[in-house]
Structure formats: structure tokens, C-alpha cells
Ligand binder design. Structure first.
Ligand code: ATP
Ligand code: MG
Length: 502
């Protein structure tokens, strides 16, 4: 094993020599002796001993305590004081130089040996600790993740450069401040401020993670979307010693997500457009071919065409033209509402009267359909709504109720005006084929038709139009239906739409 090299600083030559002898006997190498502080510093600088034994009283102006502090600062060499002065004043002064030992004269070689070994060990441990700390600091400072540490009271003790960049707080300004001052979180969706994760960790004593869509409010008040985790720092005794928050900037990822969503939406809209065009063309083709074949048959039979046949063909042509007209109107309506041109022009009207007239009209056009039973549950039914849009809504709903019910069944049409909530509630109930549960969520998609209506004609645009008219009034629509039992459609519209938008 290599011998430890020691510098002895002692103003009395004989004592210095005695100590040097003792050290040699103990197996240490004495690299020299010095009688003053200046000489001690010069020798330490020149021969870099591993330890200095330092007397407190020295020759010259500089005493051992001052010399020790300079040696320690400049060279990081451990110093052990050897002195006859054990008074508290001297000990206090010596303490400021963080000595590695303090031996009171007279001492035995054994005392010296123990003090040197303890001093060397302490120095080695201190160096290891410092190296660890430096390594950790380099790691934290070069990390791309932001790190903030606090003590057990939530007071900031460390901020790495990445955290400085995101929060806008420099470490020097943040140190000593409460974490809630420099790390404020807000929910991006609800706009409410969130509990500080450090407070949560201190309370729950376990790792906590941020919810999605969390933003940090920076020093200048801007917001940065972040992801993070906060972990407790535990003492060996199991007590919490502080908290470390690790977080990272999600701005780029969030922007990429938004871009991806926008692209996805655009793709979807394009797909829907193509689907719309192909479905509409397809829907036009059916009545067109009916018209074409009927005309061909009329031409072919010419003079020989019997009057009944002619009537049948003309009826076919007429109904095909009608269905094309309805489809055309629906498509035009959709185009108008998609272009944002669907206007709600409310006017005063009496809802009970309106419903009764509409039912009467409807029954005239569909004489052999189900019976529509109207019930009004309110005395006052005046409202301010767009009559044209109301007509679209209820004609479509009645059409469906009739179309998807066996002939001759009853359809209940209820109206309630709730003056307190300021809404009119319309309910149309049939006892028809109902809507399978699996189809219910998609009924407001253009051209979507339930699996149990494939043999019944229809395009799947009616409910889409109804929904648009309801939304134009800022109202709501809900469907309650059971396959084989029947359906109830409830429409809730503000009684006085004009007041609502003011
Ligand atoms: P059209 O565009 O000619 O109205 P459609 O009736 O098929 O065609 P929607 O009115 O939008 O289209 O209705 C969508 C689907 O909802 C229907 O195809 C049907 O499956 C279902 N549906 C709507 N109302 C009822 C009802 N009262 N009873 C049973 N099914 C219904
Ligand atoms: Mg319909």
C-alpha cells in the first residue's frame, strides 16, 4: 500500500521533529515541515501532500486557521489541527475551515494515528459525495426533461435549465419560493386551475401523474401543454424529504396531433362528399329508370295501349317524379345548411294550432295511413319559431312514424309548453317496427338507414334534416326506441327563440 504523504506545520522545531518521527513510525511519509502559514501554503502547493497537520499558533502574521482555510480552498487537502488550545473561541474559529480533525496537545501516537485515519476517511467520503453531486448536477442540467425539486415544505431547491426554459423562471429567482408560485397548472379543457402535484405528493406520499390536456402557466402568463410526474424524495427513515417534479413540453406533439386531427377531418369530409354524391346519383337513377322504362312501354305499345295501362304507367312516372322532387329538395336543403345558409326566421305562432293544421294536411296527403292522435297539455301555446323549419321537422317525423308502422296503427303526437323553462316539448310516438339498438347511434348520419328497414323505401336524409332544423332553433332531439315495440322522438325547442339569441 502506498504511504500517505503528510506536511507538518509547527512553529517549534523540536515539536515538529518529534511529530515527524512519530508519523514515520506510524508508517506515514512526511514530505516536509513548515513553521509559518506562508511557508505551509507554498510547500503544500509545491508537493501536494495528502494531509496537513497544522498547529494553530505559527510564526509570522498568518495563524494556522487562516493557512488551513487557504490550503483547503485552493488545494482541497484535508487539514487536522494540532494545538494546545482547546478553548471554545479557537475551536469555533477552526470550525469555519471545516477541519478534518482536532487533536489537543499533548497527544499520543495512537491519538495521532486515529485522527489521521479518520480525517483521510472523511475526506475520501466527502470527495465521493461531491463527485456524486457533480455527476447528478451534470445529468440534471443536460437532461432535455425539465426538473424542479422542492424540500418537504414545497419550497423550490433546484431548477434545471430545461425547467428554466419552459417555466420562464431562472433558478436564482425561483430558489426559496413556494412551488405554487412557479408551477401553476390549468386544465386545457375546463380552464380550471389544477391542484399542484407537489402538494398532492406531500399529502399522499406517492408518485402522481398529470392528467391529459394539462398546461403550465409560465412566468409571463403564456401556457405550455405539458406532461409530468412528481415523485416524493424519501429519507431512509421513510419520512418525506422533498419532491421532484419531472415534466416536458408537449407543444410540438399537441400541434402535430391537432394537424393530424384536422387532416383526418378533411379526409373524412372528402369521403363523405364522395359518398354523398354517389348515393344521390344512385338514388336518382332508380326513379329515372322507372320513368324511362314507362315511357318506352308507352311508346312501344303506341295506339294499342289500353287506357288502364296508360293510367298505371303515368302513375308510375308521377310517383317517380315525386320521389325525385323530394330527393332534390332534401339535397338542396342539405347543401344550404352545410354552406351555413340555413337561417332560422322566427315569427309568432300558436303551436297547438300549427300542429293541428299540419296533422290535418298530412292526413289529407296520406289518407290511408295510421291515425294521428294529437294531445296538447298546456293552455298557452304561443311561441316564436320558424314555421318553415317546424314543418320540415314534423313532416319528416310523421312520415317516419307512418312509414315504419303497420297501416292502421295509432300515432300519438303530444305537445307541452313549459313556460317556466321556456321550452316546447313535442313527442311523436309510434308502435311500429322500432330501431335496433346497434343502429341508434348512427341515425343522424347522412344516408344511414337501420338494418330492419332495407325493404322500405327511403334515403336516410330525413333525420339529418330534422336535426339541422332543431339545431337552428338551438333545440334538442332525442330518440327512444325498441325494435318490435315502437319509437318515441322527443324534440325540445326554446319557446321564444328570438329572446334566446339576444
Ligand atoms: P328519408 O330520407 O326518405 O326520410 P329514411 O326514413 O330512411 O329516409 P330518416 O328519416 O333519416 O331516413 O331515418 C333514418 C333511419 O332511422 C330510417 O331509415 C329508419 O331505419 C330509422 N327510423 C327513423 N324513424 C323511425 C321510426 N319512427 N320507426 C322506426 N325506424 C325509424
Ligand atoms: Mg324518413
Amino acid at each position: 500500500m502506498e504511504q500517505v504523504r503528510i506536511l507538518v506545520v509547527e512553529d517549534e522545531v523540536i515539536v515538529a521533529r518529534t511529530i515527524a518521527n512519530q508519523l514515520n513510525q506510524l508508517g506515514y511519509t512526511v514530505i516536509g515541515t513548515a513553521s509559518s502559514g506562508q511557508i505551509a501554503i507554498a510547500k503544500a502547493l509545491e508537493s501536494r501532500p495528502e494531509l496537513v497537520l497544522m498547529d494553530v499558533i505559527l510564526k509570522g502574521e498568518m495563524d494556522g486557521i487562516t493557512a488551513a482555510s487557504q490550503i483547503r480552498e485552493q488545494l482541497d487537502i484535508p487539514v487536522i489541527f494540532l494545538t494546545a488550545y482547546g478553548d471554545s473561541n479557537t475551536v469555533q474559529r477552526a470550525k469555519t475551515t471545516q477541519p478534518f480533525g482536532y487533536v489537543i496537545k499533548p497527544f499520543t501516537p495512537k491519538d495521532l494515528h486515529i485522527a489521521i485515519e479518520m480525517g483521510l476517511l472523511k475526506h475520501e467520503l466527502e470527495r465521493d459525495l461531491r463527485e456524486h453531486r457533480d455527476r447528478l448536477a451534470t445529468l440534471l442540467n443536460s437532461m432535455s426533461d425539465a426538473v424542479i425539486a422542492t424540500n418537504e415544505k414545497g419550497i423550490v431547491t433546484f431548477v434545471n435549465p430545461a425547467a428554466e426554459l419552459i417555466t420562464g423562471w431562472q433558478q436564482v429567482d425561483a430558489l426559496g419560493k413556494d412551488i405554487s408560485k412557479i408551477f401553476q397548472l390549468v386544465d386545457e379543457v375546463t380552464e380550471t386551475s389544477l391542484e399542484n402535484p407537489v402538494a398532492k405528493v406531500l399529502r399522499e406520499q406517492q408518485v402522481v401523474y398529470l392528467d391529459d390536456f394539462t398546461s403550465l402557466i409560465t412566468k409571463n402568463g403564456s401556457r405550455v401543454p405539458i406532461g409530468d410526474s412528481a415523485s416524493p424524495i424519501m429519507r431512509q427513515s421513510g419520512q418525506i424529504n422533498g419532491v421532484v417534479v419531472v415534466f416536458w413540453d408537449l407543444s410540438e406533439r399537441r400541434q402535430a396531433q391537432l394537424l393530424e386531427q384536422a387532416l383526418h377531418k378533411e379526409r373524412e369530409v372528402n369521403q363523405l362528399k364522395s359518398l354523398f354524391i354517389s348515393t344521390v346519383s344512385h338514388e336518382f337513377r332508380n326513379p329515372l329508370s322507372v320513368i324511362q322504362s314507362s315511357v318506352e312501354l308507352i311508346e312501344l305499345q303506341g295506339e294499342n295501349l289500353k287506357p288502364e295501362k296508360r293510367k298505371t304507367y303515368l302513375k308510375r312516372i308521377n310517383s317517380a317524379v315525386q320521389s325525385m322532387k323530394t330527393l332534390m329538395e332534401d339535397v338542396l336543403f342539405m347543401g344550404k345548411s352545410d354552406a351555413g345558409k340555413l337561417e332560422c326566421q322566427p315569427a309568432l305562432l300558436d303551436l297547438a294550432e300549427f300542429c293541428q293544421e299540419l296533422i290535418a294536411e298530412f292526413t289529407t296527403i296520406h289518407p290511408r295511413s295510421a291515425e294521428i292522435i294529437f294531445n296538447c297539455h298546456s293552455d298557452r301555446t304561443e311561441a316564436c319559431m320558424d314555421e318553415q323549419l317546424l314543418r320540415y321537422i314534423f313532416t319528416n317525423l310523421l312520415n317516419n312514424a307512418v312509414k315504419y308502422s303497420p297501416t292502421g296503427g295509432n300515432i300519438l303526437f303530444d305537445l307541452t309548453c313549459d313556460l317556466i323553462d321556456g321550452v316546447a316539448i313535442f313527442r311523436i310516438q309510434d308502435h311500429g317496427i322500432g330501431i335496433p339498438e346497434a343502429d341508434q347511434a348512427r341515425l343522424f348520419e347522412s344516408f344511414y338507414r337501420a338494418s330492419n328497414v332495407q325493404s322500405i323505401p327511403g334515403t336516410g336524409l330525413g333525420l339529418v334534416i330534422v336535426k339541422k332544423c332543431v339545431e337552428a332553433h338551438q333545440g334538442q332531439i332525442s330518440i327512444h326506441s325498441q325494435a318490435g315495440i315502437g319509437s318515441t322522438l322527443t324534440i325540445t325547442l326554446p319557446l321564444n327563440y328570438q329572446n334566446r339569441i339576444q
